[in-house]
Design a protein around this ligand. Sequence first.
Ligand SMILES: [Zn+2]
Length: 106
Amino acid sequence: MAPLRISFLIRSVYDLLPSNANLVHWGKKADPTCLLCHGRQTTEHVLSSCKVALSQGRYTWRHNRVLQELASVISTAKGQSNLPSPSLTIFTTESGAKKRAAGRLR
Ligand SMILES: [Zn+2]
């Protein structure tokens, strides 16, 4: 993993990213307000709980970009490998029932 990504991950886990709330706490800013929703902008707020970001589809976009990146890496790895790809995946539902999915997640 790239050093900057590791740094971001560690700083997000320990709430050391420069959110407005942290900037106020560190004496770098006077206002902890989120520019989108006017709530208190903490790291958690930015990453997962801003209602305006949610309504604008920002979290969905980020989620989909991560999945696209994973699909790209997997596709590249499969292209470089001689391993056969599985033709059938069996998923277990919350009730314990088994469902088959071929080709893509359902
Ligand atoms: Zn917000």
